[in-house]
Design a protein around this ligand. Structure first.
Ligand code: ATP
Length: 267
């Protein structure tokens, strides 16, 4: 990694309900303007890592018990989530989390509140989102709950973009979506990254699609990073094929081998 990281996570540990360890010393970095994939199976710790960064683990009775989280050069481990949003760090939660009884446009407007924009500014922000997701413009008066899974994911990402983020934490954007829709979502993420310089840390079980669009990747297993490196190199690791592509249970000998291989990779 050559450019300065916009985010550095250094050996963080998270425990739920004071007894359930979820993260056991996770370290990662997101260079400014990069897409970084956080890979792993169910329960590996991907969501917890994102929520620790955005300071949302507390909502789930989770506690950051160790480590440092540095965003734009400042320790933000105790900074409130809404302050992080104001500073440009925004999370798109797993499962889309749209307000089903509000219209698509009302859902988008919620995302802009942190900036307290003027009316004209708000209109311009909405038009920007509709330019990125033209489909949402046609559906702007529709209840979000009546739109498809792919459209709800677009609403969730659009709502995050209304806050004008520098870094988006995107949790499982592919979850429950058809391959064609997943591709569409990832193309939009890639375009936002390329054209607007938005950095992404995206948690995914779908390693194939994530590594196709990311520059770097980290593999989590049991709350630890077991492999990391350039996406092109990581995609070649057998462990990813075994664990996430072929649906075969993780073989820990493979994980150790992958970890050794990954030490040779530049991050
Ligand atoms: P998934 O893709 O299934 O969401 P994940 O990689 O995002 O998996 P996490 O949701 O971060 O994994 O879970 C990591 C560990 O923490 C798991 O063992 C999980 O059971 C536990 N965990 C997650 N949330 C809570 C919670 N609110 N209370 C207690 N334990 C939790």
């Amino acid at each position: 990694m050559t450019s300065t990281p916009i985010l550095e996570v250094d050996a963080i540990a998270v425990t739920y309900s004071q007894i359930i360890p979820a993260l056991r010393g996770v370290s990662l970095a997101v260079p400014e303007g990069a897409i970084v994939a956080l890979l792993g199976g169910n329960g590996a710790g991907k969501t917890t890592t994102l929520k620790a960064i955005s300071n949302l683990v507390r909502v789930e009775r989770g506690e950051l018990t160790g480590g440092r989280i540095v965003y734009r050069g400042q320790d933000v481990a105790r900074v409130e989530p809404w302050t992080l949003v104001e500073r440009g760090l925004v999370q798109v939660l797993e499962g889309r989390r749209c307000f089903g009884h509000l219209s698509v446009e009302e859902n988008l407007l919620i995302g802009a509140f942190a900036r307290r924009p003027r009316k004209a500014e708000l209109k311009a922000a909405l038009e920007r989102i509709y330019a990125i997701f033209p489909r949402l413009k046609d559906m702007r008066k529709t209840f979000a709950g009546l739109t498809s899974g792919g459209e709800q994911q677009m609403v969730a990402i659009g709502r995050a973009l209304m806050a004008r983020p520098s870094l988006v934490l995107l949790d499982e954007p592919s979850m429950g979506l058809a391959p064609q829709v997943v591709e569409e979502i990832f193309e939009i993420v890639a375009a936002l990254n390329r054209d607007e310089g938005v950095s992404f840390l995206l948690a995914e079980q779908n390693a194939t699609v994530a590594l196709r669009h990311a520059q770097h990747g980290y593999v989590l297993e049991g709350g630890r990073v077991v492999a990391h490196g350039a996406a092109s190199e990581l995609a070649r690791l057998d462990v990813l094929h075994d664990a996430y592509l072929g649906g075969v249970p993780v073989d820990y000998a493979n994980v150790r081998r992958a970890r050794n291989e990954s030490r040779a990779l530049a991050v």
